[in-house]
Design a protein around this ligand. Structure first.
Ligand SMILES: [Zn+2]
Length: 463
């Protein structure tokens, strides 16, 4: 079978499949896995688990028990076991030994068989409140300010798996008071909150985000939570709801404040409506958290020193680094959120409704907002994560590196190199022309072809 060593092996011939599935679910949850994958391969099924964002091989399932295993999972997920040609979704709430598990199951037909992924929902962090979201003091204050506004839109942005739901649920928990009517429309309802009216979208029967929202507005809500803004209609209803006196909380799949504003206007939301309704944008990403037991300091290199100086205006010599011990994985354990929190002030509203060019808007927004890079680097300096983790995350978004001097330095070096090369090419061209002119005068063809060949060879690599 596979070459790598598995985390677990199971005796599939002796143990009942029910016990094996329970053990996999229990063990994965204990290891703080966020997902369990069952990947059909040529000769067996590979089970993989995602822990702290990284997928790891977990166990191999012999092909003769694959079908039983998948069937068992589909049964407890309430899925149709006779259908394996179409994708399906299911959910499981199950208590195994001492833990309550809330699971989402999805199946997808692949050329090698059904691939099943189980997402393990963990709301322990949402339950422990806003204070445990890793917000910096300044960002925490900004979030509290936003939440006190009676009407407007607060957006939480980030990629899938960046902890958006945790943040949204934490805010909702805080807003959930006896004198408020909170209604949510979600797909799926991920965590049930006592005292909140939660609506599950069901597009098969026509209950979409947009149609549910229209009905919700007639239910006298104070606060509306929309699981995700995915389309123009939902975006427009969200804006309208906030302008007519509701606090609207939602998520959107963008990576920072600036891109969020751009995405919403691209979706066809009127600039003046967006400007007057938007209250705040919380963008986030997750970095691996340094293990407190084994982390240590090392000397910072020149690049790191320069980066920290440019991004934070700080001089450093030492930086935290991952080591690794029995209590962690390669020096990391769990994850930490990094944020960019924008409070929309009057001048930003004016800029949005006037359609200020992106570069100018960027300057305005980041004159008072810490970027994800800056927040991440602060957390690296305080030893909660490492600079490597932050650079791995931020590298993905070119827009975030606006503070990174290295890049512009490199760019300008490239530019000067190109212009020098262009000069060289121009010189050669010039020379060629002169030669051609003089050759034409002399009407001597052979030397000309020689020279022009040489010139084009030396010019070639420059492009
Ligand atoms: Zn450790």
């Amino acid at each position: 079978m596979g070459l790598t060593t598995m985390i677990r092996t199971f005796d599939f011939n002796k143990l009942p499949i029910v016990d094996i599935v329970n053990e996999i679910l229990y063990d994965a949850a204990k290891r703080r896995a966020s997902d369990i994958h069952f990947d059909p391969r040529e000769k067996f099924t590979m089970i993989r688990i995602r822990v702290d964002g990284l997928l790891q091989d977990y166990a191999e399932v012999p092909s003769d028990v694959e079908k039983n295993l998948i069937t068992r999972i589909k049964i407890i997920g309430g899925m149709n076991i006779t259908e394996s040609r179409l994708p399906q979704d299911g959910s499981i709430k199950i208590k195994i030994r001492d833990i309550n598990l809330d699971l989402r199951v999805s199946s997808l037909p692949t050329s090698l068989g059904e691939k099943v992924v189980i997402r393990i929902l963990d709301y322990s962090r949402s339950m422990s409140g806003l204070e445990s979201l890793d917000l910096s003091e300044e960002n925490y204050k900004k979030v509290l300010e936003m939440m006190q506004i009676p009407n407007g839109i607060i957006l939480v942005t980030g990629a899938t798996g960046s902890g958006k739901s945790t943040t949204v649920y934490s805010i909702l928990q805080r807003l959930n008071q006896p004198d408020t009517n909170i209604i949510t429309v979600e797909d799926p309802v991920e965590m049930e909150i006592e005292g909140v009216n939660q609506v599950q979208v069901n597009s098969e029967i026509g209950l979409t985000f947009a149609s549910a929202l229209r009905s919700i507005l007639r239910q006298d809500p104070n606060i509306i939570m929309i699981g995700e803004i995915r389309d123009t209609e939902t975006a427009q209803i969200a804006v309208r709801a906030s302008i007519t006196g509701h606090l609207v909380l939602s998520t959107i799949h963008t990576n920072n404040s600036l891109n969020t504003i751009e995405r919403l206007t691209d979706m066809g939301v009127e600039k003046y409506l967006l400007a007057s309704s938007l209250e705040g944008i919380i963008s986030q990403k997750l970095a691996r958290r340094l293990c407190p037991k084994c982390k240590k300091e090392r000397k910072a290199n020149d690049y790191e020193k320069e980066l920290i100086k440019k991004a934070l205006g700080k001089d450093i010599d030492q930086i935290w680094t991952a080591v690794g011990c029995d209590d962690c994985q390669n020096g990391y354990t769990g994850r930490i959120a990094i944020h960019e929190v924008l409070r929309v002030t009057q001048d930003i509203r004016d800029a949005i409704s006037d359609g200020m060019p992106k570069d100018e808007l960027r300057k305005l927004v980041y004159s008072r907002t810490q970027t994800l890079l800056q927040d991440g680097l602060e957390k690296a300096l305080s030893g909660e994560t490492t600079i490597e983790e932050i650079l791995k995350l931020i590298e993905l978004d070119v827009d975030d590196v606006k503070e990174e001097g290295e890049l512009s330095l490199k760019d300008s070096m490239e530019e000067s190199k190109i212009s020098k090369e262009n000069e060289k090419v121009a010189e050669i061209e010039n020379l060629k022309e002169q030669v051609i002119e003089s050759e034409e005068k002399k009407e001597m063809t052979p030397p000309l072809s020689n020279i022009s060949n040489e010139s084009s060879i030396s010019a070639e690599p420059l492009f």
